[in-house]
Design a protein around this ligand. Structure first.
Ligand SMILES: Nc1ncnc2c1ncn2[C@@H]1O[C@H](COP(=O)(O)OP(=O)(O)OP(=O)(O)O)[C@@H](O)[C@H]1O
Ligand SMILES: [Mg+2]
Length: 401
């Protein structure tokens, strides 16, 4: 798939911009702070309904405005689509698909698919486990948009169960606490069941995804870092005791072929999570936090057998982050239309060898949007349309042949 047009109104630093796009490479260059990332951030938002760099929507609305609009026209081999997103300060956002308002904004997920590489990706390797869980969940949703619902259900159940745990009050409190704890216990059984059910679905899907990603990450890491620099490995680690031995470990890719169906794996995980919740209940009540479930799981990354976080060098961490994105791209394009590739300011961070290898890997994608402060940082393999970005305006420039 590719974007044919991107139009922004009061998005970030743009009052209004409207640009026609073509398949192949498009470069956006310009000095720092002129709005290059803002452009591709809008593209990412149209695909995922979230910014890759702001947790809230407020910073996306131009200062002084109370509404931002993103319009993205998408062309696939099957059809054309127009996604329109209205970001509203202080009230719900609205999404239209082909001019029809969607009652559930998340129904737009999957219409535009992107893989965005950005400086923030370093946090995938160096940051908290939450960054890596988000990476997996975002990719799950991009692969199968129905997981947006599973994820939302889980978040809601987790929030409510946590509120219930907190309401029981800390251990050693007044006598009243003991009574409230007893009352809470009965209700907790119900929430444990909800949490285990939605949690199991999410975590088995993540495990399955990690199994599918693994060979691509290994391959991409070797491709970016250069031969003999790896291997890089990824593993999904549950936050609680794994399932019984007859269900196999989480990292055993062969199990599905060996006859364990997806449904069986989910049911086994649900049972295991329910038991784990019972085991930790006392400490959960003491601490007022939910101690088992996919919100505490970890995607473990390693390079040459050492955990990436805390051990990998800066360059190795970068290569691993790139490998995770490239692997996502491989998975998302398999048997389907290419997602739109976005490379925000990534070449400046890489040495010449890594730059050229990365360029070679992405060059054949249907559409690649590249930003750079210094156009010379972009390998010559990536040539195409070129826009100068300056103070909220785009000017197409003809590159010297
Ligand atoms: N909500 C907003 N309203 C107005 N301006 C904003 C808003 N959010 C960000 N900006 C401005 O947008 C600019 C940043 O744009 P952007 O991140 O796209 O820069 P860039 O061209 O990618 O720069 P760099 O090369 O440093 O990455 C900043 O000057 C910032 O003040
Ligand atoms: Mg930028």
């Amino acid at each position: 798939m590719h974007l044919t047009r991107l139009a922004l109104t009061d998005f970030r630093s743009y009052t209004g911009v409207d640009v026609s796009l073509t398949p192949g490479v498009t470069i956006f260059s310009g000095p720092n702070g002129e709005g290059k990332t803002n452009l591709v951030e809008a593209v990412g938002y149209a695909a995922t309904l979230a910014s890759h760099r702001a947790a809230q929507d407020a910073p996306l609305i131009r200062k002084g405005a109370d509404q931002a609009i993103i319009r993205a026209a998408i062309s696939t081999s099957a059809n054309d689509a127009l996604v329109e997103i209205e970001l509203n300060a202080g009230r719900a956002n609205r999404v239209r698909l082909n001019r029809t308002p969607l009652s559930r904004p998340r129904d737009v997920l999957g219409v535009l698919r992107t893989v965005l590489f950005a400086p923030e990706d370093l946090a995938l390797v160096k940051g908290d486990p939450g960054e890596r869980r988000r990476f997996l969940d975002d990719l799950l949703v991009a692969m199968a948009p129905r997981y947006a619902g599973v994820r939302a259900d889980y978040d809601r159940v987790l929030k409510q169960r946590t509120a219930l745990l907190k309401s029981a009050g800390p251990k050693g409190g007044p006598k009243g606490n003991r009574e409230s704890r007893e009352a809470v216990t009965a209700t907790l059984d119900v929430w444990d069941a909800h949490l285990a059910r939605t949690g199991a679905e999410l975590l088995v899907a993540r495990e399955h995804l990690v199994t599918a990603l693994r060979p691509h990450v290994e391959k991409s890491y070797a491709a970016v870092a250069g031969d003999g620099r790896g291997p890089a490995a990824i593993d999904y680690k549950r936050s609680f005791e794994s399932q019984p031995p007859d269900q196999g470990g989480t990292g055993q890719a062969g199990k599905d072929e060996a006859g364990t169906t997806h449904g069986e794996r989910v049911r086994a995980a649900e049972q295991a999570l329910k038991e784990a919740l019972l085991e930790v209940r006392a400490s959960e009540l003491d601490r007022g936090v939910c101690l088992a479930g996919p919100h505490r799981d970890e995607l473990e990354l390693s390079v040459r057998g050492l955990p990436a976080r805390g051990y990998a060098s800066h360059g190795e961490s970068w290569s691993l982050a790139l490998a995770l994105r490239l692997a996502s791209f491989d998975l998302l394009r398999a048997g389907r239309e290419d997602p739109v590739l976005i490379l925000d300011d990534v070449f400046a961070e890489l040495d010449a060898g890594r730059r050229d290898r990365l360029a070679a890997l992405v060059a054949e994608a249907e559409q690649v949007l590249v930003t750079a402060a210094v156009p010379e940082d972009i390998p010559s393999l990536l040539t195409g349309a070129h826009f100068r970005v300056s103070a909220g305006t785009l000017t197409e420039v003809a590159d010297a042949p």
